[in-house]
Design a protein around this ligand. Structure first.
Ligand code: SF4
Length: 514
């Protein structure tokens, strides 16, 4: 089971930990872990080679790991002696197509549901040929076998259909959802993790707010929470017996229906030396009681995503957050005893103008002035369209690059720490996020070059030239179109054969409400 990054990053992924633990608990599986910088001792023969991909830019590493383990990198070149290569995780569930030619099987959805079915089916199929196994696997809901689907393109290089290659293969594959009332928690606590010694507890999955760009919300619907008494409290107790550092995770944890009760429980005697940290919280749920309990549990900061200082932009993305609520959240953070407020925002959202950027910087400056003593940091990224969200049809805006710089220039002299995500990375993310499987040769080439925007552009051009010379007449998806253009609603999407939680018609309606 591989993670295409270092041990420190991989072991901090709760998704990877769940998959590994689910496999490790089975008596019929002997699972070994593989990272880019360390690995368990591998078997001489491997039946299955799995990946968890949660960040687009780790994609090329996936190909390296296959090659390093002497597995043919292309699914179509694997033979009976090669393992079945499978993958899962947010990136592959949203739009697996750019990686489809490298993978035999993609598990679309929650690992808790899919892994047991996948493993048990493979046991039943022992002795059958590889092709037969893949064909039978493809009939299980949520198990996508890319080689059994064929895309068609028109003379203008546009994708016009993706169909299964025979009537016995399902035409559509539907993402599967874990519906039990316990979610996951760490199975490994290590000082080598990116958050050393942390025990992570998943509080909620998805988010009911439905911000129109948000993959964490839309792709993981419906919103689910871990039961307080049978899920959360036992998971925290288990971790606290081993480590003082507890992390509560989820897209919107303070919206857990019993979050207030959880806080009461955490405020009891006995947890004084707990070091609690929370993933991003909704500004409207922040109050003095919460920040006070967090501060008493040695939490220094909270993180709030405001997206923009402009009400117009917040409305556009369905943020449902007033300026007054942002001011109140900052005040409560300060009054409760926290020392830092981390805010998150985005630039390059549709219709955003220069004045919206001014409103964002003005808001940050005013927040800082009103709360002396509270440290502020602003993490800002470029809007990137994600599959299965209402904003999947919008492109990345060129203006974003300058706007990121402008925010840094305005806020840094005011003593606000600005952490701007690289514009170049956002372009690569968008390329991967909306491409089809014709991008795979570029991914294959980039791993030998530098994983930067310049490196990607070079690799893209090299494959374009190669394609021109080849008699196959295959073309790459158009870079400008994939990354920057606004797409028509009736366009055939590369993930059209993969059903997410929300139908396209609904996504269009959600977008049009903006
Ligand atoms: S509140 Fe945060 S997690 Fe929830 S939908 Fe909006 S951006 Fe996503």
């Amino acid at each position: 089971m591989a993670f295409p990054n270092t041990y420190s990053i991989g072991i901090t992924s709760l998704g990877f930990q769940i998959i590994w633990a689910t496999l490790a608990q089975r008596r019929d599986v002997d699972v070994r872990r593989l990272f880019t910088d360390q690995q368990d001792k591998l078997h001489r023969t491997i039946d299955l080679f799995g990946f968890s991909l949660s960040w687009e830019l780790d994609g090329p590493v996936l190909v390296n790991l296959l090659e390093n383990n002497k597995i043919p990198i292309w699914s179509k070149e694997r033979t009976e002696k090669d393992p079945i290569v499978f993958g899962g995780g947010q990136v592959l569930t949203a739009n697996p197509e750019p990686f489809a030619p490298f993978l035999d099987v993609i598990l679309l959805g929650d690992g808790e549901n899919l892994l047991p079915i996948f493993i048990e089916t493979l046991h039943e199929l022992q002795g059958l040929s590889r092709n037969k196994k893949l064909t039978i696997l493809s009939k299980h809901p949520g198990i996508y076998v890319p080689i059994l689907y064929e895309p068609q393109y028109n003379s203008n290089n546009k994708l016009i259909a993706i169909q299964s290659i025979s009537s016995e293969i399902p035409q559509q594959v539907t993402k599967q959802t874990w519906k039990q009332n316990t979610l996951s928690h760490s199975t490994v606590i290590t000082p080598e993790s990116a958050w050393p010694g942390i025990h992570m507890v998943e509080v909620v999955r998805s988010c009911p707010e439905l911000c129109r760009f948000c993959l964490a919300s839309y792709l993981n619907l419906p919103f689910r929470n871990s039961d307080l008494d049978t899920g959360l409290i036992p998971a925290i107790e288990k971790g606290f017996a081993i480590t003082k550092r507890i992390g509560l995770l989820g897209a919107s944890i303070t919206q857990h229906p019993d979050f207030d009760e959880l806080l009461n429980w955490l405020s009891q005697d006995g947890f004084e030396d707990m070091r609690l940290s929370l993933s991003s919280v909704r500004a409207t749920t922040v109050n003095k009681k919460m920040t006070n309990i967090l501060a008493r549990r040695n939490c220094k900061s909270i993180t709030i995503a405001i997206e923009s200082g402009s009400e117009k932009i917040r409305d556009l993305v369905n943020k449902k957050l007033t300026e007054e609520e942002i001011y109140s959240a900052a005040r409560y953070a300060h009054e409760g005893g926290l020392t830092r407020l981390k805010l998150y925002g985005m630039v390059g959202l549709p219709t955003e103008a220069e004045e919206d950027i001014e409103l964002t910087t003005d808001l940050l400056i005013k927040l800082k002035r009103k709360n002396p003593g509270l440290k502020f940091s602003f993490g800002v990224s470029t809007f990137v369209p994600k599959a299965h969200t209402p904003f999947q049809w919008f492109g990345v805006r060129n203006e974003a690059k300058k706007r990121l710089q402008k925010i840094g220039k305005k806020l840094k002299p005011q003593g606000i720490e600005v952490r701007a995500e690289s514009y170049g990375w956002s372009i690569i993310q968008a390329l991967i996020s909306r491409s089809d499987r014709r991008l795979a040769p570029v991914i294959e080439l980039i791993r030998k070059s530098d994983n930067t925007l310049g490196g990607w552009k070079k690799a893209y051009k090299a494959i374009q030239e190669k394609n021109k010379l080849s008699s196959l007449n295959s073309q790459l998806p158009d870079w400008e179109d994939i990354v920057h253009q606004q797409w028509e609603y009736n366009r055939v999407l590369p993930w059209m054969h993969l059903n997410g939680p929300v139908k396209v018609e609904q996504l269009i309606k959600h977008q049009q409400m903006s």
